[in-house]
Ligand binder design. Sequence first.
Ligand code: SF4
Length: 699
Amino acid sequence: VKEHGKPERSVVTTCAYCGVGCTFRAEMRGEQLVRMVPWKDGKANRGHSCVKGRFAWGYANHKDRITSPMIRNSIDQPWREVGWAEAIAHAADRLKNIRDQYGSRALGGITSSRCTNEETFLVQKLVRGGFGSNNVDTCARVCHSPTGYGLKTTFGTSAGTQDFDSVEHSDVILVIGANPTDAHPVFASRMKRRLRGQDGRPGAKLIVIDPRRIDLVRSPHIEAAHHLPLQPGTNVAVLTAMAHVIVTEGLTDEAFIHERCEIDAYEDWARFVSDEKHSPEVLEAVTRVPATELRAAARLFATGGNGAIYYGLGVTEHSQGSSTVMAIANLAMATGNIGRPGVGVNPLRGQNNVQGACDMGSFPHEFSGYRHVSDTETRNLFETDWGVTLDAEPGLRINNMLDAAVDGTFRAIYIQGEDILQSDPDTKHVAEGLAAMDCVIVHDLFLNETANYAHVFLPGSTFLEKDGTFTNAERRIQPVRRVMDPANGYEDWEVTQLLANAMGLDWNYGHASEILAEIARLTPTFAGVTWQRLCDAGSLQWPVNDQFPDGAPVMHVDGFVRGKGHFVVTEYVPTDEKTGPRFPLLLTTGRILTHYNVGAQTRRTENSTWHPEDLLEMHPTDAENRGLADGGWAKLSSRKGETTLRVKVTDRVAPGVVYTTFHHPETQANVVTTDYSDWATNCPEYKVTAVQVMPSNGP
Ligand code: SF4
């Protein structure tokens, strides 16, 4: 890693990679970033960091950065560099023409969980108030939208229940569908500290539910009490079997249930899970987890003291993603593990601002603060404040926008900070949808894969070039501070404001703090948040309002946000993605420590020297049966497409299961993933794809 001499000044800001939200001192010499030093006062990281936040910032000055706007009339023409005024006028004219010709619902926008709360809020405001539709969605659609649905239904709001400190008080830690040491490394260190035991206290017991033997299962001084290597796609069956044991063996927390939960719904659920067909012995055939292990894990979770559940995309990115989130919530309520330190339901958010993107109203059915667009009182509030008329009908989700584009009813899209061609499933369908549109505006740092289908490219700004806020996985709102001037001349929210005003709106924000003030004015959970308070305190955990003037580290302490907790019957429904003679293996995917998502940033840093390619993990038996050796090339094919990867032979995965990461565009793992999605939210089922793997000579 290059260092650039002695720093002259430093600015405290927040990491833009994962949902842990580590804070750093960005040390500067002139306009040159010298190094990122983890900030000891950071409440999420306390002076710690990982290899991404600490070292992977060189992309900010990478030669691939686009700093001038570009336009073209059609995607088969070369780009033409233009000034900002021409680019914005060109984009606004195209959008207005399409709106006039096809109506407001032919336009939409996609926000990014990488951007600040303020930028996200303005994109949804532009779509609702300027384009005139609710066709706004966020990349959280493809990761944690089931968390939104599941936790809102059961608890009343879409948020993790605990702060990170809470893990210090856990006695049993259940990790399901998450790989914290790779994806949330700084929080994983906190968790490992608790698992090893500290301050004279024995370590917490660990249960891991994951098809793959993740590092946490066995690491120095840590050995999981139970690793349940389930068949991909059977989370609901595993959780139902655990619930069966807890209910039938009388291990529920009756006092908590009767005081805090809706009894009728609880009794329906208890009757459902008690049925013998939901016993571990019967469901073993589905889950492939030995019944004895399922029983032992259930007993440990129910009787081991404070039980905390942490989960990730291995829960949400399934056709039963929302059901799995609700099954987790059921388990927590049934055992009384809600509302105090050491317990709770904790979604580990992948991107830095997934929580914030969802909070800011970037779903097509909700305004900021998770209020439905059909609610007249809420709509009136926004209409009065913004001086516009708003659509009462929920808009289109990302996948619906693409479908409608192919059908010819959706014609234009503004995409801020998201490469949907590489990150969304079924790449071919995404390309068809984008190609069918009359106007695609990409607002990003690099000419990404999606930009191949764009008519307007608006250069974006990095997190080092902007003021604003991110909200991490523990609902902690933290300042992001401008360390250097934007290479393109504008912060991202300023570009959105230019576009809004060219569309006929009259926005006059002078600084991100003014947007935050508007968010606070219109969003009850943010009512007490100001830029000054954040700068003084370092962070605040929402809700921050009259009831919780200093925020709330733990939620649902005296009652659930919805009043009583709501149990939901979650029946296991097998995915429609089936293995068979042509595609006999199941592919599941995940992240690696050094890289981040589609790699647009980390691949343009020194981190690219580690793990320069995606690898396909395969059990020795499966590899041998196909004549594949460690390090050899293989063709990975599914019903949707095929790609070529190098094989890594390992018993981390069970026979019949293969695994890869999705960080490198050369691989394009999503060429093979299916178009099945969560029944409630359309979150794609990235985690289960029937595939075949055969020897190959290479790409
Ligand atoms: Fe950044 Fe996450 Fe690493 Fe912290 S753990 S430095 S937030 S990537």
